[in-house]
Design a protein. Sequence first.
Length: 366
Amino acid sequence: MMKELDYWIGIPFIYTLGLFHKKSPLPKLPEKLSAYHFVLIKTAAIGDTVLLSAVITELKNAYPNCYITIVCSGNNLAMVRLLTDVNEIFEFNMSSPVLSLWKLGTIKKAQIVFDFAPWARINSLISWKIKAAFKVGFYRKNMYRHYVYDGTVEHRNNVHELDNYRSILQYVKIPLKNYEPVIRVNYEDKLAQIPNELPYVVLHLFAGGASANLRSWENEKWTQLAKQIFLTYGYAIVFTGGRDDKKKSENMANYLKKNNIPAYSVSGKVSLAESVAILKRTKLLVTVNTGIMHIGAAIGIPLIALHGATSDKRWGPLSRSAVVIKSNEKCQPCISLGFESKCNDPICMQNITVDMVWKAVQEKLS
């Protein structure tokens, strides 16, 4: 419903605001030690927010004294809280957009507002409301959301999403070092869910968003893979996921326990920070393309990412410790933004075999 409202109401509203918008010139940011205020807008997706960590590092490298405000939503707030070098967090409540828009006026005036959303019109409205000398966001064909920006950058399908983010920084002359995402979390390594000193492998079965069914792998293959890992290496199996994944995750763990395989489900039982702690201790993470994949890449753990409808060149893990498994169907990839595919038969994921993944597991665990 939100997407429908964003389209049918958002487009004419943003277009009308654009008619009255007088574009500002690009400001100069010459002094390295100036305390510039930058506002970054990212209101969805854990994985996208992980990528934003590289943007923050670029800004802090270029301007160490800069003040960074992030506008997020409840969807990605927990991930934003794990980012370092963020001075202020503004949570935009999507269920109360009018009140949240009014509260945006409390954010102090910025030098530059960066909007990193490629399609959502609500982000354009958020950008319009925030006081700033200059506002920059994405132009994307048929999205009709760029009218309120002072500067626009084309959002491309043929580059990694992080490179799209970098192009926004380049537009405003931010010098780049091409940093990659890094998540640093201080945590108490006491997780009652998993016995201390128990070696384990994490399996993350659950994709999120509208295209979750196009990025999922069959349960039977996950259980077969889990059995092979335990029988060969003796490692326990840990299933991660969110609250909505709790029942399915527990069923998978119970099935393995009945086969005398130590298995644990932490889905819906731990916070995102605790999930990062669990990932830090794992011998290996095997996951579909979702936020946990980007977190695993950002903390540098051994990682195997299963890609189907999504392109690994566009959304793949940015880590030397990661390997991508895909079936290389002629029809893939069919997703760029996350919702445009019309596929009802995701053979790209179905044709990833257990043997394909098992070979990668052996290479990682050897």
